[in-house]
Design a protein around this ligand. Structure first.
Ligand code: HEM
Ligand code: HEM
Length: 156
């Protein structure tokens, strides 16, 4: 492809998405931990409840969740951009399709926020199911993603 981007920048940009996605994966695990603490805070009583409330797990979770939403959307678009720059096309395979599906699901999950804050249980459980599903799909993306990384390295 005839772009003005220097070859070395093109090649090395391919490592940005995988590294970012691993960071997001770890942060998502932490979001799950914070979410479980929110549930524990709600069901606790007395002194234990007071101590848990001080943890502000709901605030921390909402902030981290918002950061994750933004990083996931940008990371996914970035993966497609870098793939296109290096190959002149996208590969309509499992990693692309599952990735786009996940990007849609995290938007859905985040969109439940106002309903969860109103205390709607249906929204809470839908949120949990969506996000545990997302964590599972992420494991799959990590495997297919590392496959792609190996292919890129073997071409260096
Ligand atoms: C990415 C992985 C995520 C996981 C594993 C996760 C998990 C959870 C869990 C387990 C709860 C507790 C539900 C309950 O109270 O019964 C929760 C609540 C909540 N989550 Fe998430 N979540 C994630 C992402 C997000 C995102 C992207 C947002 C929004 C941008 C978000 C916003 C919220 C809000 C507003 C609540 C309700 C907090 C409250 O009751 O005050 N979460 N989440
Ligand atoms: C640790 C996990 C992941 C690894 C190691 C990984 C790795 C890769 C690699 C090496 C590429 C080729 C392009 C490039 O190098 O920039 C790629 C493309 C892509 N990735 Fe990921 N990825 C991971 C997770 C994700 C997730 C969670 C999503 C979406 C939510 C995603 C969405 C995409 C998309 C849409 C492409 C473009 C695919 C194409 O057009 O062929 N990836 N990924």
């Amino acid at each position: 492809m005839s772009t003005a981007i220097p070859e070395s920048v093109k090649v090395w940009s391919q490592f940005f998405h995988p590294i970012l996605m691993w960071v997001i994966f770890v942060l998502m695990g932490y979001a799950l931990y914070l979410g479980m603490k929110i549930r524990k805070t709600r069901s606790a009583e007395g002194d234990e409840k007071k101590a848990l409330i001080k943890g502000k797990f709901n605030v921390k979770h909402y902030q981290l969740g918002s950061v994750l939403l933004a990083l996931m959307v940008l990371g996914s678009i970035g993966g497609m951009a870098v793939t296109y720059i290096n190959n002149g096309k996208l590969f309509v395979g499992p990693h692309l399709l599952v990735g786009l599906g996940m990007t849609g699901l995290i938007a859905l999950s985040a969109a439940l926020s106002p309903f969860m804050q109103k205390g709607q249980d249906w929204a809470r459980y839908t949120h949990i199911v969506l996000n545990v599903g997302l964590l599972g799909l992420f494991g799959w993306q990590a495997i297919s993603g590392m496959d792609i990384v190996q292919r890129i390295i073997s071409r260096l």
